[in-house]
Structure formats: structure tokens, C-alpha cells
Design a protein around this ligand. Sequence first.
Ligand code: GTP
Ligand code: SPV
Ligand code: MN
Length: 603
Amino acid sequence: MTAVTIPGLDQAPTDHPHLLAWVHEVAELTCPDEVVWADGSQDEWDRLTAKLVDAGTFVPLKKKPNSFWAASDPTDVARVEERTFICSVDPADCGPTNNWMDPAEMKATMTDLYRGCMRGRTMYVIPFCMGPLDAEKPMLGVEITDSEYVVVSMHIMTRMGTRALARFGDDAPFVKALHSIGAPLEPGQEDVAWPCNETKYITQFPEERTIWSFGSGYGGNALLGKKCYSLRIASVMARDEGWLAEHMLILKLTSPERKSYYVAAAFPSACGKTNLAMLEPTIPGWRVETLGDDIAWMRFGEDGRLYAVNPENGFFGVAPGTDYHTNPNAMRTIEKGNSLFTNVALTDDGDVWWEGMGEPPAHLTSWKKQDWTPGGDELSSHPNSRYCTPIAQCDIKAPEWEDPKGVPISAIFFGGRRATTIPLVTESRDWQHGVFMGATLSSETTAAAVGKTGVVRRDPMAMLPFIGYHAGDYFQHWIDTGKSADADKLPKIFYVNWFRRGEDKRFLWPGFGENSRVLKWAIERIEGRAAAVETPIGHVPTADELDLTGLDASREDIEAALAFDADEWRAEVPMIEEWFAKIGEKVPTSLRDELEALKLRLG
Ligand code: GTP
Ligand code: SPV
Ligand code: MN
């Protein structure tokens, strides 16, 4: 070890040589005033939240116990896809959908940025585990960060601190995740409430299983266990080891006959995963319990079925649109407290408010920390504002949500946000066709990433910003996954769209709890009990085949939501061709065959 003396550096609660060496190396480079090993205790939470209140980053909520409001810098509100890099050794392993830079060059650039970047701040070392702590091979990581906001968010989103470190032993491998907000403080310099840097990098080094993030304090850019580890790095591990790391919720659906099924669903960011994961069915006798709302790791079990585990420990959900009508279970979860709210509005009596909660109060403090009154042009809350809350306090969590073995998946839903073309639900003909549906999935962009919203783009398996390698290889991996299994043990694949619109632009399908009707049809298809019409794009139910009892929607709207429109699909084909051309020669032959077959069927 080197001779630098930084308070706390030598008080490591571990002898893990690689971990110690890396912590020393980073401390020497970033020059923090102090090093703290995060233990994950209540005491640590209390200390850091108090520090954040003092700094003006947090406002304690009077109306929710142990909960805090935060407003970010207005420029640091979402994932930055333009600044996200996959620095594979070979650029061919990165592919056309990711940004690539030579790893040595990126390290040189970022090392310059990291030099002295923690001056005047505390460097926290956060050992964490993605997925259950009692997994046979726990998926370990260590995040080094200079942000207290990150530490307390990691308390909620991951299993971390002492209990995670206990699984490291002397030599367990772990993902190295380095994060800095990039805002050193000169002696005497006053801090701001949300320090960050204009220059941002979110970098993955896939071969080294290493993440370097700089300049942002926002969720997906800064909580490195989430998208950076559990999707970008894990998707590479999954390719190498024969499993799947996916942007999927996991839910348990129980029928009135008490039969339970597990469903995983991939929708792009801000397209309905959290809402479906916590759905309150509107059809009598059906029940949904939740296991996860954003990420699923799926491996084959000994029985040949695909088992899913949620690597996360909390929900980091989109706030606007969430209320007791759309997502009562999320509301009940955050009502219990122990939650963080970022970029929503603050009420005068110390509660949170956002668009979608009904009538606004007469006065609010907006996410921009300005006075806000109803009727103006500005939103009170950023469209990507979020709540961060522990899964453990969700009333409808499935009892098996922490089972390291995972749950056997019967159905996979792919879905996007499309105003036209894509029916409410389509069942794939088989696995390969389902992979084609996923690989050509499209959706309108949302506020979850910086950039223009409402633009239709291909978002394969809802993983466009998260595939840690070449998208063509990723499609092949999905095809190979299907080939490695018994066809009748594979989940059935469905394509859904809650967001089709009528000519007057309103949603044709009421969505939310009513989506249980689509889940029910899918389960009945699996059980071989429901009928469907075979169309050129797959099996689509007619309105008569869905349970519409008690549904408050017109027959015309439901039929329009379900419609297969050959003209719309013929217009879709060139976009799919363009997409495959972009991916290039690595598009699997089987998917090219699927496209040709689709074109033939469309005539
Ligand atoms: P990320 O956390 O970014 O990955 O998003 P997500 O996929 O979990 O999306 P979420 O469930 O938070 O929903 C995003 C937005 O879509 C919210 O404003 C919801 O109110 C809205 N939404 C979700 N489900 C439905 C639905 O069935 N119909 C309609 N119309 N809107 C929905
Ligand atoms: C998403 O954007 O898909 C999210 C939020 O779930 S973030 O953590 O920022 O990625
Ligand atoms: Mn997400």
C-alpha cells in the first residue's frame, strides 16, 4: 500500500486485497478529505440524511416518516445516452447502437477528470450485492462515490454495507464501480445543493467488469448497481455464461382457481413497467403480486425452465402519473415513508405532489425550487421525477421475491409506446418469432433520457440504452437461449401496446388495472383455453376473446386497440429494414427470415 494518509482510508472493515488496493488507488487519484466505508446501518442513514438536510440537498417531509425531498440541478435530471460509452477492447463488440471509445483512451481522459475530483469531499466505499445475499454465487460490487445522495439511495436500491461485505471473503470477484459528481471544493468554497459537472461520462469497460461514471448525480447515471451493472455489465456476463440480463419487471399472477404464474415484461423507460408490476386487477378473483419493476436476471433451472431474479432492493419509479387510481400499491408503499423523492413538487405542509395526483394545491414549490400556482405553463414536477422506496415495504410483494433460485417465467411481454400500428396484444408464433418481435420493438422516446421526447425509435427488448455489447450478437444470444431449451418449457412471448391512440389522440385502451384483462388472456392462451385470430403479425384476440366484463370503454375503441391494420404494417416494414441495416451483418439469419416471412404474409 502507498503512503498517502487520508483519514479513514486505513480503517477498512475487510482484508480483501484487491478491494483494498483499488480503494487506495482511487483515494490517491481523487484526493478526498476523508474515506468512509458504508455499513448500511440506520445510524449511517440518519447521519447522511441529516448532512444532506444541512447542505440544502434534502428537505425532510413532514407528512411522510423518514422521507426526503430533493431537487437536482435542472441540467441533471435523466440518463445521458449521448455520454454513455461501452469501451470494449474491440469496437466490433460494442456495435452500432452504443458509443465506443478505445478503453485506454477513455481511461486517460477520465483519469484526468478524476484527478483531485473529490477534494473537499468524503469518499464513500459501498460494498453491495445485486440480488439476494444468500445466492450461491452472490453478484457483488463496490461503488466508490463522493455523493451522500448516492449512498442513501443505495441503502434503498441495493443490499449493501456490512451484510454485503460479509459475502466478499478474501477473494470474491466484484464489479468495480467508480462514481464522482466531479465537483471538488476548494478550502472555504461554499457547496451547492446539487453539485455536478457539465462534463459527463457514463462508461462501461465490459471485459474488466468495471464502471466509471463522472459528472452526474442522477439515478441511472450515478446508482451504478442499477443500469450500469445489472444491465450493461450483466448483459455481457450473461452472454458469456448463457443467461439473460433484461430490462424487465417480474410479477406473480394468481387466477381465481388459485393457479399462479410468473410473468416478465420489458417496456422501455417510462412505458409502464412499474405500473404493471404493481397492478391491481379490475377483474374479480385475479391477484397480482410483485417481485420487481425494472430488471430481471433469468437463468435456466434444473427443470429446464427459465427462472427470474430481481437484482434490486427498491423501486426507483416515475412519479408523475402515479396516484391512487393508477398505481395504488406504489402510493401505499411510499406512504409508509423511508423514501426519497427527486424533482417532484413540495407542498406547503411538507408533502410531495406531482402531475396526475388530481387537483393541485393552491401553492407549491416546484422541482425548480420556484413558487408554483395552478394554471401556469410550467409543470410542478419534472416528467422524469422519481420516488425511491424499499420493495420490502410494498404490501403486494410476493413472498418469494428474495428467493435466490428465482421464479419460473411462463410469459414474456415486450411492449412499447406506439400511437398507431401495434395492437393491444399479439402472441408470437414461437420463440424465434417472439425474439423478432423483441428485436424490432419500437417506442416513442420519453423523459427518462435526455433528448427529444415522442420520437419513434427501435428499442430492442427495451434494452437499446442498456445492451453492453453488439446488438446483433445480443439478438443471436436470445435465439441461442431458445435453442438451448425445450420449446415447451420456454416462456410464451407476447407483444403489447397500452398506448395506441384514436383519431382524437386519446388512448384507446384504459390501461393500468384494466391491463389485467390482457394478462388473463395471455394465461388462458398458455393454458390452451383462449382463442385468437391468426394474422400476418401473430395471434391477436378479437374483442370477444378478452374478458371485458365491467370495462368502461366503448366497443369501437377496444376493436381499434386490437386492430391489425395491414397498411400500417406495410409502412412499418421499411423502418424494420432500416433498423436491421443499421445493425448490419450481425443480424441473425433467423431474424432476417422472420422479416421476409412477415413481408410475404403482408403481401
Ligand atoms: P422506468 O422506471 O423509466 O423504467 O419506467 P417504467 O417502465 O417503470 O414506467 P412506469 O410504470 O413508471 O410508467 C411510466 C408512465 O406511463 C407513467 O406516467 C404512467 O402513468 C404511464 N403508464 C403506465 N402504464 C400505463 C397504461 O397502462 N396506460 C397508460 N395510458 N399510461 C400508462
Ligand atoms: C430508466 O430510465 O429505465 C429507469 C430510471 O429505470 S434510471 O435509473 O435512471 O435508469
Ligand atoms: Mn427502467
